[in-house]
Design a protein around this ligand. Structure first.
Ligand SMILES: Cc1ncc(C[n+]2csc(CCOP(=O)(O)OP(=O)(O)O)c2C)c(N)n1
Length: 657
């Protein structure tokens, strides 16, 4: 068994070092060090089917240490995933290659998530493991019974987010989570002793994890450790003592093997040492066949699973299909429209965070796949409703996660939940703390995941908590992220519409930005079509021959409407435009855009935030250029000149020019 495994592991090693050498960049050390662990895992334990990379009951394999991407690409090629040919491996790190520098998530390809920013993959894996628990509870242990395996590195575990998610995983007792720690004690700067003295055993045991330590090059120890995890009722970490750059006479154990090609001379020495006589990218037939047969086992595994699914009652099968294909979303239109009609009649004046709560409460009855949560601000973000059922280690039959004060961990976990399949995660914190989620929001956007971020307390309107809590630059920062829809609704019906867009959107995450303070109902129309879908709409125009455009979002639409009334009194006609989503507006055609904003007429934008993202529409931007102030919110608004009187003053000045 051992020789065979050595040969299989060496196939990974040589594909990795040869691809890095050909690309003249990349990270050979990690794949060389972890090849043994990966081989034992894939050969004997991992449940996967290269013919169907999206099989819902597959084990998930996450390479959190994404810089070692060649380890993953080699495995996907060797086991027969269609997207990974030998030519793809030769194209490592080249333009549009599936073998990108760091793994980039592509649905149905075998790459389960995008990794590279250290710590993120670990966070995703916690979301995936929660997803498995939720599905197992819902559909039964004979239908859902897979594991989530992760390879993590020293760097991953140094990142703060690793603490947040490992702690959460321990709390939730995610026993089907199995993390291999590539404990090679080397990072870029050299030995990890330069910067870490953590006792990993104590660290993980204090989180409530099962900690196992092994020699990561001993196949029996690897195998026995994996076996042991199946008896565990806690998350598992297998600390694998490995040698970075294993097999390289001059670079193994050294940082020099971490992030650059080994060089032709050294590679020749590795070939000699590991007795590998094949040319670059050539895998001896018998070794490739053995690997391919490992992959082929998946067809029978999935077939067997399908049989047991078919034997289940029809209701369960149907429910699984509905969730996986988000079919429940189809019945949403009717619900949203009847709610809109109701609120159009009632015209309630409430904070948009409360509006959001009303939306969540009604939609969650239709959508069992909606998994909410908050980073310890449930009552403030209004994410928890009477339809929320708490997910706990004892009961995964719920739809709400108390993430604790772990914003970054929450966001990384939500990405994992979205990647699981079928589930739609949403989670809340204050807008100011979106900064703590930012690295994971960026990845939701890069991967095109349906994750819904709820950010309340959206401006100086939060008042007395002061400048530490008043977001200024956060909206502009979020709007700068490609493929993220940032919604800032002004009232309940806009909130309903923005939620609706977020739920329907396929490959774009959403940030729904909500006020703490009460806001009036503003939308004068009742239309079945979703007005926010086009990004902006005209709320009110006092004449066809108006003299000024006032564009605002969220809480400032109310102030713009007040200013409009005052302007009318002094015979200045105006048009008030609500712009809940700049991204959607910017995607519309010019005819529509010019219809909404006639640039021949002066334009004033108003938002209690940095003016950065508004300058593309106008030179007259009312916003905030400093940090906020601690005081009751109306006073703070006055201090920053965000009042209807100041809008009137500016409008008069511009018109006279
Ligand atoms: C958040 C983040 N910070 C920094 C980096 C740059 N980086 C890539 S790998 C690495 C550390 C490598 O050490 P380790 O994690 O132990 O990996 P190994 O050397 O064992 O391959 C760093 C700092 C990164 N990818 N992500």
């Amino acid at each position: 068994m051992t020789t065979n495994l050595n040969l299989l592991a060496n196939a990974i090693r040589f594909l990795s070092i040869d691809a890095v050498q050909k690309a003249n960049s990349g990270h050979p050390g990690m794949p060389m060090g972890m090849a043994d662990v990966a081989t034992v895992l894939f050969k004997h334990y991992l449940k996967f089917n290269p013919e169907n990379p999206s099989w819902i009951n597959r084990d998930r394999f996450i390479l959190s240490a994404g810089h070692g991407s060649m380890l993953l690409y080699s495995l996907l090629y060797l086991t027969g995933y269609k997207n990974f040919s030998i030519d793809d491996l030769k194209n490592f790190r080249q333009f549009k290659s599936i073998c990108a520098g760091h793994p980039e998530y592509k649905k149905n390809s075998g790459i389960e998530t995008t990794t590279g920013p250290l710590g993120q993959g670990l966070g995703n894996s916690v979301g995936l493991a929660i997803g498995e628990e939720i599905f197992r509870k819902k559909f039964g242990a004979n239908i859902i019974n897979h594991k989530t395996y992760v390879i993590t590195s020293d760097g991953d575990l140094m990142e703060g987010v690793s603490h947040e998610v490992m702690s959460l995983a321990g709390h939730l007792k995610l026993k089907n989570l199995i993390v291999f720690f590539d404990n090679n004690k080397v990072s870029i700067d050299g030995s990890t002793s330069l910067s870490v003295s953590d006792n990993y055993k104590k660290r993980f045991e204090s989180y409530g994890w099962n900690f196992i330590e092994i020699n990561g090059h001993n196949h029996n120890e690897i195998s026995n450790a994996i076996k042991k995890t199946s008896k565990s009722n806690k998350p598992n970490i297998i600390s694998c003592k490995t040698i970075i750059g294993f097999g390289s006479p001059n670079k193994s154990g050294k940082a020099s093997s971490h992030g650059s090609p080994l060089g032709d001379e050294e590679i020749a020495l590795v070939r000699k040492k590991l007795k590998w006589n094949s040319k670059p990218f050539e895998i001896p037939k018998d070794i490739l066949n053995t690997w391919r047969n490992i992959g082929k086992k998946g067809t029978a595994l999935e077939k067997k699973w399908l049989d047991s699914l078919n034997n289940k009652n029809y209701k369960i099968k149907k429910e699984l299909e509905e969730i996986l294909n988000n079919k429940n979303l189809k019945s949403l239109d009717q619900l949203i429209n009847s709610e809109k009609e109701k609120f159009f009649k009632e015209k309630p004046a409430i904070a948009t965070r409360e509006c959001s709560s009303i939306v969540i409460e009604s939609i969650s009855t239709l959508l069992p796949e909606l998994i909410g949560g908050s980073a310890d601000l449930s009552g403030s973000n209004n994410t928890k409703t009477k339809n929320s059922k708490i997910i706990s280690s004892k009961d995964f039959n719920g739809n709400y996660i108390h993430y604790g004060v772990r914003e970054h961990g929450m966001a990384a976990t939500m990405n994992g939940l979205a990647l699981y399949g079928g589930l739609i995660p949403f989670g809340g914190t204050f807008l100011i703390f979106s900064d703590y989620c930012k690295p994971s929001i960026r990845l939701s956007a890069l991967m095109g995941l349906k994750v819904i971020y709820i950010f309340s307390h959206d401006s100086i309107g939060l008042g007395e908590d002061g400048p530490t809590h008043q977001p200024i630059e956060q909206l502009a920062g979020l709007r700068a992220i490609p493929n993220l829809n940032v919604f800032r609704p002004a009232d309940i019906n806009e909130t309903l519409e923005c939620w609706h867009i977020a739920l329907k959107s396929k490959n774009t995450p959403s940030a729904i930005i909500l006020s703490r303070q009460k806001l009036p109902y503003i939308n004068p129309f009742f239309t079945k079509e979703n007005k926010c879908e086009l990004g902006a709409y005209v709320v009110n125009k006092t004449s066809q021959n108006y003299a000024v455009n006032l564009i605002a979002s969220g809480s400032e639409v109310e102030i713009a409407l007040e200013a409009q009334k005052k302007l009318k009194k002094i015979n200045i006609d105006s048009k008030v435009i609500s712009m809940p989503c700049q991204e959607l507006f910017d995607q519309q055609n010019n005819t529509f855009k010019n219809e909404i904003i006639d640039k021949n007429i002066p334009v004033i934008t108003i938002e209690a935030s940095s003016i950065c993202s508004w300058e593309k529409y106008s030179n007259h931007n009312m916003g905030i250029k400093t940090f906020g102030e601690s005081a009751p919110y109306k006073e703070v608004y006055s201090h920053f000149n965000l009042t209807s009187a100041k809008i009137v003053e500016l409008a008069e000045k511009i018109i006279k020019q």
